[in-house]
Design a protein around this ligand. Sequence first.
Ligand code: AMP
Ligand code: ZN
Length: 463
Amino acid sequence: MLKIYNTLSRQKEEFKPIDEKTVRMYSCGPTVYSYAHIGNMRTYIFMDIFRRTLRYDGYKIKGVMNITDVGHLLSDGDEGEDKMEKASREQKKTPWEIAAFYTDVFFKDLAKLNIGKPEIIAKATDHIADMIEYVKALEEKGYGYEIDDGIYFDIDKFPSYGKLSRLNLEDQQAGARVEVNSQKHNPYDFALWKKAEPEHIMQWPSPWGQGYPGWHIECSTMSKKYLGEVFDIHTGGVDHIPVHHENEIAQSEALAGKKTVNYWVHGEFMLVNNGKMSKSLGNTYTISQLEEMGYSPLVFRYFCLNAHYRKKLNFTFEGMDAAKVSYERLLASLYQHKMSNEKTSQEVLDKYKKDFEDAINDDLNLPLALGVLWTMLKEPKSKDIYNLALDFDKVFGLSLNEAKEPEGEANKDIPEDILALAQKRFDAKKAKDFATADALRNEIKEKGYSILDSKDGFKVVKD
Ligand code: AMP
Ligand code: ZN
């Protein structure tokens, strides 16, 4: 039974899907105005681990991810330029060209990281008509009002506003966090639709004149369209809790008249050198940049899996170097199990499988699950262990099936007497004296070593 931490209740809860077989899940996708950085990728690795765990538990998934190619303004308070338009001006390309370029890079990065693509990818600009209908419906129900620069959501009509972030509106009212537009009824009211200035490139006709959608309406509209009014899981990074997801809840619940998402699940941030990642500090690395520096995307994935998704993860190159060494050791050890012809008892295998399942089902505890894998690899070399590791890899997504012979001189640190026994066994096998060969293999095993046969010889490894 999967337990997952629900941001709404601030508790680990037993996961019970609405439909017994298919889990419906919405994940906030990228704003495609620039390269996604490793922090963004941490959040998508978390989404992927969640999806893989659900599948490991036997569920099918209908997952939706949006691509924000319009409407995400520079500030979360509905002010500033549209991020797409800004990039378009700076790069002298149309916003559509910008979106197409960065969307393509984004999916290539996901593939490199073994992040499975959600079943439905929905672009905001393909759903403008749906969003207009949604805003109209909210207006009809009395939740929207028009001012000079757009249509706004009236949060005073939605008394539970702030429940996800446990925002105390009374304390916050005077706070300077939200820019105050003098025409807004409440500083927390947010734009459903913005009216466009003539020079705004991306604009569409609407009942309120030419304009473009607010950022939050995109997710409420597309989740309802593809997953229905009420669905199981919504994911995103923790930065989305206070504004974006709070606003999504207000829109969706106002329209539906009931709770629309059962589990809100958020991934913690990645820091760099214990601080915020930011372009101005020059510390927002991309997956391609890591590759250029000699770190494969799967080393980065391994680095991420070593931290629980609800803990901050500090990115450092020392940490990445350690992850690289560890990941290579993991593949080397797996290779030895792969080449072994020995067996492991079902009882032992069952125990590891249970430990693994307990770990992943306890709020996606991947660091613990990796610990189970490492302990299991310390067992005497056996093909069964290798096969079970591949089963675990359905969740890890670390391409463990690519375990290959580690580089370096074979049989380097093996004592002479063991090597002599191994040579005798090899000769016996060649002479088809299998009884002697088996006896020698057992003798070697008792001394704590295993023989791996290779095409033209043998290799001895310490158990
Ligand atoms: P954005 O394109 O800004 O909407 O961000 C895409 C996703 O990445 C969102 O789910 C964010 O919450 C997440 N995100 C942004 N910065 C970080 C970070 N430093 N660490 C982890 N996740 C992040
Ligand atoms: Zn969203």
